[in-house]
Design a protein around this ligand. Structure first.
Ligand code: SF4
Length: 458
């Protein structure tokens, strides 16, 4: 069996499953956030009764992160709905924006977008927060009301996005009827060259199969190169499985996975035991691609979808209006380090926004020094508008006052985010080009799409 088949067989109590089987899968974790949480709670109450209890309060994780730093009252109210539900159900894993369990969330535009407005429990973007807070464990099944839930496949678990109706059902029953997906095999060999990042790997793969090339399929990434990829790298790759339509992305378990997971579950006091699935010799794939990392170049997905693959060096004629680094895919510490490596001692020439995915990442960037300066200071000096208000921000547009949102037609933006369908970051007439943080940095300097290898050795 493939890794996904093994995970699903275990979660359905069977010794064997194959692609196409319809099975009941038990959930280990259900995650929801401020956009889909209220709807999920509504379905749960409608179907299970207004006094119903969630199936297991230790397995429901609620992370407000999407429309947070906005004065939009309905968005603020969504966070309050989550808080009321958490209180009613006694849920231990709620990463609230404010510290007062009886309070109400209001964003204060008068304080501006750059300075921190959250309390001590806030965790930032759900997919980055889940592993950081010890909720992703090898061998488990994670359902989340968000398409990029597949990111947790980096940790050798079956992780997939589901809608509010399914999530309402999981909330009450702890299981879901699923069809076992076919598996596509992406064998990664060799090592990435300087200036080339994990983002380039996944943009290459999606370019190969198209934005619907993995529809309802598992994307399994393995091969000799995996050991050289950090957990952040693997998260970037698994995150974008959905950008090819994938049901899930999945990586094998190795000592690096264990090191990351063990440290995080210890830190947050979450369940420490887990049981990874190993690679079988005999696996049936519906597609095979060998990716030689040494040969990869900085890659861009052009407007209007993540499958429009081009090499960055071929796109120097595209003039840009803005640059953006952030999101679950591109707002991790290692993403900002690479962004800063290119920008250090240089200046951006276009509007450039930086949104760390989590408060912990803000802290790391503000406390890690390169010589005299912190990484945060290097970025601010380079002209990047860095916000401490970690979250989804303009990755999905959001309310009109969202930091970094594209509010004008015709804007061309290069972005380290994961999705670029028309209107994704705001105005429907804008264009978004997806790239690695290194390519975003180089492009922010020149004001046109630029191969980061033009700025080596910094
Ligand atoms: S950062 Fe973007 S892709 Fe990630 S969860 Fe938020 S909106 Fe979705």
């Amino acid at each position: 069996m493939t890794l996904t088949e093994k995970l699903l067989a275990r979660a359905s109590g069977k010794s064997q499953v194959q692609a196409g089987d319809n099975i009941w899968v038990s959930a280990d974790v259900l995650m929801t956030h401020d956009v889909c949480g209220p709807g999920t709670i509504g379905v749960f109450k409608r179907e299970f009764g207004k006094d119903a209890r969630v199936w297991d309060k230790n397995k429901v994780v609620i992370i407000p992160d999407h429309y947070i730093f906005t004065a939009d009252s309905k968005s603020n109210r969504n966070v309050d709905i989550l808080r009321d539900f958490v209180k009613e159900q006694g849920l231990p894993y709620f990463y609230d924006v404010i510290d007062d369990p009886n309070g109400h969330w209001h964003f204060d535009p008068g304080k501006g977008h750059l300075n921190r407005q959250y309390g001590s429990h806030y965790a930032g973007v759900c997919h980055t927060a889940l592993p950081a807070k010890g909720h992703t464990r090898p061998g488990e099944v994670l359902f989340g009301t968000d398409s990029h839930t597949c990111m947790a496949g980096a940790f050798n678990e079956f992780a997939t996005g589901i809608g509010n109706t399914d999530a309402g059902f999981v909330m009450g029953a702890g299981k879901l009827l699923l069809k076992v997906p076919e598996t596509m095999h992406f064998r990664l060999e060799g090592r990435l060259q300087p200036g080339v990042m994990a983002k380039d790997i996944i943009l290459h793969c999606i370019g190969e199969i198209g934005f619907d090339g993995a529809t309802y399929r598992a994307m399994q990434f393995d091969g000799d190169a995996i050991a050289s990829l950090t957990m952040d790298d693997r998260m970037t790759i698994a995150n974008m499985a959905i950008e090819a339509g994938g049901k899930n992305g999945i990586f094998p378990f190795d000592p690096r996975t264990a090191e990351y997971v063990d440290a995080r579950v210890r830190l947050n006091g979450t369940k420490a035991s887990y049981n990874p699935v190993e690679l079988d010799r005999d696996q049936k794939f519906v597609y095979e691609l060998v990716v030689e990392l040494d040969k990869l170049e900085p890659t861009v997905a052009c407007h209007p979808d993540p499958g429009q693959r081009k090499k960055a060096r071929e796109l120097g004629n595209i003039k840009l209006d803005r640059a953006y680094v952030g999101s679950c895919t591109g707002g991790k510490t290692t993403d900002f380090v690479e962004f800063a490596r290119v920008l250090r001692g240089r200046r951006v020439s276009i509007d450039t926004f930086g949104v760390p995915a989590t408060p912990d990442i803000v802290h790391e960037l503000q406390s890690t020094r390169w010589g005299e300066k912190t990484i945060w200071e290097i970025l601010v000096e380079a002209g990047v508008q860095m916000t401490e208000n970690a979250g989804c921000a303009a990755c999905l547009g959001g309310p009109v006052d969202t930091f970094g949102r594209i509010n004008k037609p015709g804007i061309k933006c290069i972005s380290a985010t994961n999705r670029n369908f028309p209107g994704r970051m705001g105005d429907k007439e804008s264009q978004v080009f997806l790239a690695s943080p290194a390519t975003v940095a180089a492009s922010a300097i020149t004001g046109r799409i630029t191969d980061p290898r033009e700025f080596p050795g910094n």
